[in-house]
Ligand binder design. Sequence first.
Ligand code: FES
Ligand code: FES
Length: 158
Amino acid sequence: MANYHTTTTINGDAVEFLCEPQETLLDVLRDRLGLTGSKEGCASGDCGACSVMLDGRLVCACLVRGVEAEGREIETIEGMADGERLHPLQTKFLEHAALQCGICTPGFLIAAKALLERNPDPSETEVRYWLAGNLCRCTGYDKIIRAVLDAATEIRQG
Ligand code: FES
Ligand code: FES
């Protein structure tokens, strides 16, 4: 099958790649571009492990075709830290031990960042509701929710 040439922006960098029309954005990120932070849990839009931002919208990369990235802006977990400096959400996940196997963690971080950019002072209920599309099979949700709320406080305090 013919490969499509696609030009996009990932974490602020211009990126070009070739991909087959049926290939998902998740497969392109992981297998063609070496950006393996986004994880594949289900490949059917149910777990959130593959969450990325596409033109400022939270999407499941397993439900987007690679060719749909043409001309768009993508943010992945690889762009979250500022060089060596972790994002406050990443720091709080570590402090609260909000991860075990870590498969779900990039998706939670991307989704939580999207929430805090829209709502810097969410209630616990709002955090739980927003993150309902992200599944975790080993940490349990409480530590994750505490980490997000704690990060929100820190970001608000600047
Ligand atoms: S791998 Fe995309 S939602 Fe589960
Ligand atoms: S830490 Fe293992 S699935 Fe969430």
